[in-house]
Ligand binder design. Structure first.
Ligand code: UD1
Length: 417
């Protein structure tokens, strides 16, 4: 077990390079199964979630060679369509093996996924999609079993906007017979990234990034080389930390349009945000103004940034309200942040935050991935010394987080418990 010891209160300064997108990587790596041959994917973040996904590939006989941030995947020698539970339940994205295996081999047996505990996380829309394509799907002994003689394209309307269901249906549909249309599809940048990767393998997908995605089935996919997009949530975490510590940070290797929901909010709060071609500079000299945040599917404010944002709101002037519209139970971290002086109360799906002059260092424990990131941001913002425990959550999703903060002048060390 490891923890961070953080001496907070120093404004962050300098340049930070953003890694590849976790949520793209965890979909694109299993999607490579569809090629049945060799794919090379670069800009993969070296984090636990991508390693876990690669472990699952290796377990079913797929060759994986992860060098630096590039993974070489050879899916020609697959041995099984069964994923063991001890590997699948380490993260949420293991459900992408259902779409990928079903799409290529018309059969998949994948234990129900794990991941962050942020409320009920149903997969009914994924299952609805697979069934609409002609698969028989049933859950028995905690395993999702999907099987089809053939998959046939159809119209699928998603009852809720789901990133996972949109991607999973794309995976299953790209080798189905005929045309599949996903209506009310998610528009997140990583949905577009996965579609671009599939198209690079020879799939025919149009409309990704809008709420109607059309997938014309092809009989074969081919090897490809692909580089994934920068991580919108990691970039947002550093932008928020720059503002909450009242620093001046150039967040490099980002796609500024992906950051617009956050950029707009930061500007509303009085932060200077300058957009470059592939970078964003965040400068904050004074105490920010309170604002309200409502999380929504893209291009709304990302639910995965509401926790770090709570820290910035917590030191802003005035009262802010965060309304969480995506996950039903995503405020467990507030109690931990209260140890650092956050003045907040949770009422149903809202957190009401009364800004304080400054937070004070304390001992906290990461309750999930993005909550963990918020605690690191809070520790860097607070006056005095903090300890952040339970780093396993943070290490699932942030590459070298402490090294990047140290480069920016943050005083943070990782030590054994
Ligand atoms: C993905 C992200 C996660 C982010 C979330 C929302 C990955 C690996 N994870 O999760 O970090 O917080 O998008 O941006 O990409 N829902 C259903 N039925 C379903 C599927 C989802 O009701 O079959 C509901 C969920 O309970 C939730 C909402 O839809 O309320 C959004 O979930 P979804 O977009 O599917 O999230 P994930 O893809 O799991």
């Amino acid at each position: 077990m490891e923890k961070f010891i953080v001496h907070g209160g120093t404004p962050l300064h300098g340049r930070v390079k953003i890694s590849g997108a976790k949520n793209s990587a965890v979909a694109i790596i299993p999607a490579a199964i569809l090629s049945g041959s060799r794919c090379v994917v670069s800009n993969i973040p070296r984090i636990n979630d991508t390693i876990y996904i690669m472990d699952m590939l290796e377990n079913i006989g797929i060759g994986v060679d992860f060098k630096g941030n590039t993974v070489y995947i050879d899916s020609s020698g697959i041995k099984s369509t069964y994923i063991p539970a001890n590997l699948a339940n380490r993260l949420r994205a293991s459900y992408y093996f259902v779409g990928a295996l079903l799409g290529r081999y018309k059969e998949a047996h994948v234990p129900l996924p794990g991941g962050c505990n942020i409320g009920v996380r149903p997969i009914d829309q994924h299952i609805k999609g697979f069934r609409s394509l002609g698969a028989e799907v049933y859950i028995e002994h905690g395993i999702i079993n999907a099987k089809a003689d053939k998959l046939v394209g159809t119209n699928i309307y998603l009852d809720v906007v789901s990133v996972g269901a949109t991607i999973n249906i794309m995976l299953a549909a790209c080798m189905a017979e005929g045309m599949t249309v996903i209506e009310n599809a998610a528009k997140e940048p990583h949905v577009v990234d996965v579609a671009n990767f599939l198209n690079a393998m020879g799939a025919s997908i149009r409309g990704a990034g809008t709420d109607v995605i059309k997938i014309k089935g092809v009989s074969e996919l081919k090897p490809c080389e692909y580089s994934i997009i920068p991580d919108q949530i990691e970039a947002g975490t550093f932008m928020i930390a720059a503002a909450s510590t009242r620093g001046d940070v150039l967040v490099d290797d980002v796609i500024p349009t992906h950051m617009e929901p956050l950029t707009a909010k930061l500007r509303e709060m009085g932060v200077t945000v300058e957009e470059g071609e592939n970078s964003i500079r965040v400068v904050c000299k004074e105490r920010t103004k309170a604002t309200d945040i409502k999380t929504l599917p893209y291009p709304g404010f990302p639910t995965d940034l509401q926790q770090p944002m709570a820290v910035l709101l917590g030191v802003s002037r005035g009262t802010s309200i965060i309304t969480e519209n995506v996950w039903e139970s995503r405020f467990k971290y507030i109690d931990e942040l209260k140890r650092m002086g956050l003045n907040a109360k949770v009422e149903g799906r809202s957190a009401i935050i009364e800004g304080v002059e400054s937070l004070s260092g304390a001992e906290v424990s990461a309750t999930d991935l993005r909550a963990g990131a918020a605690m690191v941001v809070a520790a860097l913002t607070a006056k005095g010394v903090s300890e952040v425990h339970n780093l396993k959550h943070i290490d699932r999703g942030y590459e070298s987080i402490e090294k990047k903060f140290i480069q920016l002048g943050g005083d943070i060390v990782r030590v054994k418990e």
